[in-house]
Design a protein around this ligand. Structure first.
Ligand SMILES: Nc1ncnc2c1ncn2[C@@H]1O[C@H](COP(=O)(O)OP(=O)(O)OP(=O)(O)O)[C@@H](O)[C@H]1O
Ligand SMILES: [Mg+2]
Length: 392
């Protein structure tokens, strides 16, 4: 496929214009429904963004558009992602409240453990959703997410990796998983499998190298789709943990996840220096406000092992994340050294913890998986919040 030329944009838009928009009667391109069109050698994909109420109406349109692309000359792979800011589905468990009445203390107590908005839920057949986050970019979230996920899988758990960084996906590169996901009979995307993980990333659906210009709601709805329209597990083989690699910052995507998904907890990654730690506090505070337990803080790039064999070199200082964890009353999950092999492993799509579990970084990831796995197994206070029904 690498030999195929990239298709011509105008020709592809013309193909898509032959698929009709059921609301306006125009072709999809003329109706302005072809968003974020990405073209690569032998492939084409775009986002079909619609109103939430129209999601069912446009599902066959998505299929028709995909079929039309696939039939176009020079196209071997086509993906059309239907995005709609779906309302959260109601959570199990219901609290009935008479209109005008105050919440009973029993109902209030029932709401306390999770304290998240009603509707926060987990994807089907997933026991725990774990966010790997930081307030700051480039501190090693994806590196930690991938290696922690593999380390959790090495402890015998069934683990998924969701790359929620729709603006800069890195899971395909860091795991080497590059095929286009297919759909099962229930029209759910089948995640790719590599390193014992089930993997899904927007980078598998659209061209990883293409710049992605998303409006906030579009990005949030793509994330919802990757959570709920992917066959993460089934009754026979549920997922124990879904590790979510978050984009940097505390914007729409992070809020969507923290508010709408019943997260079991968050692991916050930082480098040691103060500028990174300020953002860690911001990240921790966002999770606290949305009542997501902080399972711990990791200090990445904590030190550089001295090649001459002496004291490690503290390139960015050392111990800042540990001190911040203590100050915030959060568990400290360990130090990951600056390791050229770790960076190389990320670039080569071979997670270091699987390749060199005995290296300093490998051991740190395995220890982290042990602590995080135990915290998830204890699962304190993680039952889903009840749904509140107002009765007359
Ligand atoms: N401990 C480490 N030693 C050496 N290189 C590292 C280490 N941690 C991360 N890196 C490298 O630093 C770069 C940034 O890491 P990564 O992509 O994991 O950060 P991120 O926080 O996910 O970034 P973004 O905010 O852009 O999503 C990558 O090239 C990665 O390989
Ligand atoms: Mg990242």
């Amino acid at each position: 496929m690498a030999d195929l030329p990239s298709p011509d944009r105008a020709a592809i838009l013309a193909v898509l214009d032959r698929v009709s928009d059921p609301k306006s009667g125009l072709g999809l391109a003329s109706a302005g429904l072809v968003q974020a069109l990405t073209l690569g050698p032998g492939r084409a994909g775009f986002m079909l963004e619609v109103e939430p109420a129209d999601a069912d109406l446009y599902a066959p349109v998505r299929d028709a558009a995909e079929a039309a692309l696939r039939a176009a000359p020079g196209i071997e792979r086509a993906s059309v992602v239907l995005t709609a800011s779906a309302e959260p589905r109601p959570a199990p468990g219901t609290v009935r409240v008479r209109r005008g009445a105050r919440l009973s203390s029993e109902a209030q107590a029932q709401m306390q453990p999770a304290g998240r908005p009603p509707g926060a839920q987990k994807p089907a057949h997933v026991a725990h959703v774990l966010a790997v986050a930081s307030g700051k970019g480039g501190v090693g979230k994806s590196t930690v997410a991938v290696n922690l996920a593999v380390a959790l899988a090495m402890t015998g758990r069934c683990v998924g990796l969701l790359d929620a960084d729709v603006y800069g996906p890195s899971a395909p590169r860091m795991t080497g998983a590059g095929d286009e996901p297919t759909m099962n009979a229930d029209k759910k995307l089948i995640p790719l499998e590599a390193w014992g993980l089930k993997i899904m990333s927007i980078g598998l659906l659209v061209d990883e190298a293409a710049p992605m210009i998303w409006r906030g709601p579009m990005a949030s709805s793509a994330l919802n789709q990757m959570l709920n329209d992917v066959a993460w597990g089934d009754e026979a083989e549920p997922l124990d943990v879904l590790v979510v690699d978050m984009p940097p910052g505390t914007g729409d995507i992070q809020l969507t996840l923290a508010q709408r998904v019943a997260l079991s907890g968050a692991v916050v990654v930082s480098t040691p220096q103060e500028v990174a730690l300020i953002d860690v506090r911001r990240g921790v505070s966002m999770f606290e406000k949305t009542h997501v337990p902080i399972l711990g803080i990791v200090e990445n790039m904590a030190y550089f092992p001295n090649p001459a064999g002496g004291e490690p070199i503290a390139i960015f200082g050392r111990g800042g994340a540990r001190a911040t964890a203590e100050a915030l009353g959060a568990p400290f999950l360990g130090e990951i050294p600056i390791d050229i092999a770790l960076r190389q492993a990320c670039d080569d799509g071979r997670p270091l913890v699987a390749q060199a579990p005995d290296s300093e970084a490998g051991r740190a990831f395995l220890a982290m998986a042990e602590t995080v796995g135990e915290a998830l197994d204890r699962g304190a206070g993680l039952k889903p919040p009840p749904r509140i029904v107002i009765e007359d």
